[in-house]
Design a protein around this ligand. Structure first.
Ligand SMILES: Cc1cc2nc3c(=O)[nH]c(=O)nc-3n(C[C@H](O)[C@H](O)[C@H](O)COP(=O)(O)O)c2cc1C
Length: 352
């Protein structure tokens, strides 16, 4: 506890009223739990100095630049909006077909189409900075210089709260090796980006690796302020009539409910490997899904694919987390990482 705030690693939860002094913490909890009082759980979370009014953000690439949803849901009820990946220069993306629905999921190879950093600042940021929801800008590049150039342009933006580095991109100067699949490249791009970034840096890890803890530690070593887990899993689908790939790019990223148990396992492992905060993502479509990630150790979550068929999902998820905390008479910080593991932790042993 520091300055009356509860701190879990780099995550600070604002004190509620009455403000529990360190020595009064136990009695403050007891008071809050009095059966006669209306319990008001605190579900705000502060990550690397950025306060989110609730722990639910929209995921990059599934919510445009936010404004597209302004007439559909109340954007001011979101914890944060993570915008479509931005590169130093505009990108046209891949040719269609670039989306295909699978059982309980979706394949996409959009190709990181975006307006580029300069147009983002001119055309998209002015709207985003009017919102209560925090603005997290997802950044990518095909060389370390690209990432740095993009961040240097974005640094002049008024209204950006944090960056999220997408490292699931091939480094064209290193024979196309994906940054997030090589620990050295991960650390290199995070170190250079952290040096360049004017705002806190969240690093979004690729799930397409053998041991996520190696990459979580490499990003932490490079200076990441927080980690986002996970990006999409590489997959593919084939049209058996034409015997052609369903997606023009042949392979594509799998997202949606199909990946939730996989993503949850990765969050669970990463949360025990690093001391920086973790934002959980992968197949979240209900409050229960989000609660699983929070209990596994994520201090916030993102909703992605669900936005395509139910754009009110992030708001429903935030409401559901609050209801759960009210019922359990706990604050968010008491929920995060509260997984009760068996004494002999079987997750260390093979599952079959
Ligand atoms: C259509 C689409 C576009 C995406 N674009 C990006 C992107 O630009 N940058 C990024 O880091 N992740 C991107 N993602 C990955 C999502 O942010 C998220 O990590 C992934 O979809 C898993 O979450 P979900 O199962 O809730 O969708 C995209 C996902 C989809 C479905």
């Amino acid at each position: 506890m520091a300055n009356g705030k509860v701190q879990i690693a780099n995550v600070v939860h604002e004190p509620r009223t009455p403000n529990p002094e360190p020595q009064n913490r136990q009695s403050a909890i007891a008071n809050r739990q009095s059966p006669t009082s209306e319990f008001a759980p605190g579900i705000d979370v502060t990550i690397a100095g950025v306060r989110f009014q609730n722990p639910v953000l929209t995921a990059s690439g599934t919510f445009g630049y936010g404004q597209e949803f302004a007439n559909i849901i109340d954007l001011n009820r979101l914890g944060g909006i993570c915008v479509k990946g931005i590169s130093a220069d505009p990108m046209p993306g891949n040719p269609p077909p670039r989306i295909y629905e699978t059982e309980s999921g979706m394949l996409n190879a959009i190709g990181l189409q975006n307006v580029g950093a300069k147009r983002f600042l001119q055309e998209k940021l002015p709207f985003l900075r009017t919102l209560k929801a925090r603005c997290v800008v997802n950044v990518f590049g095909y060389s370390t210089e690209d990432y740095v150039r993009c961040l240097e342009t974005l640094n002049t933006g008024d209204g950006i709260d944090a960056y999220e580095l997408n490292i699931s991109c091939p480094n064209t100067r290193c024979g196309g090796i994906v940054y997030g699949s090589d620990p050295k490249l991960t650390e290199e791009v995070v170190t250079a980006s952290k040096r360049a970034a004017r705002f806190p840096l969240f690093v979004k890890l690729s799930p397409n690796v053998t041991d996520i803890t190696v990459f979580a530690r490499a990003a932490q070593e490079g200076g990441a302020d927080a980690l986002t887990l996970v990006n999409t899993f590489v997959g593919m689908a084939i049209d058996v009539e034409t015997r052609t790939p369903r997606i023009s790019n042949v392979t594509a990223g799998l997202s949606g409910p199909a990946i939730k148990p996989l993503a949850l396992r990765l969050v669970h492992q990463a949360a025990r490997a690093v001391h920086i905060p973790i934002i959980g993502i992968g197949g979240i479509a209900s409050p229960e899904d989000a609660l699983e990630f929070l209990i596994a150790g994520a201090c916030a979550v993102q909703v992605g694919t669900a936005n395509f068929y139910a754009p009110d999902t992030p708001i429903r998820v935030a409401e559901g987390i609050e209801d759960y905390c009210r019922r359990q008479r706990i604050h968010l910080d008491q929920l995060v990482g509260s997984l009760k593991l068996p004494l002999s932790d079987p997750s260390r042993v093979a599952e079959h």
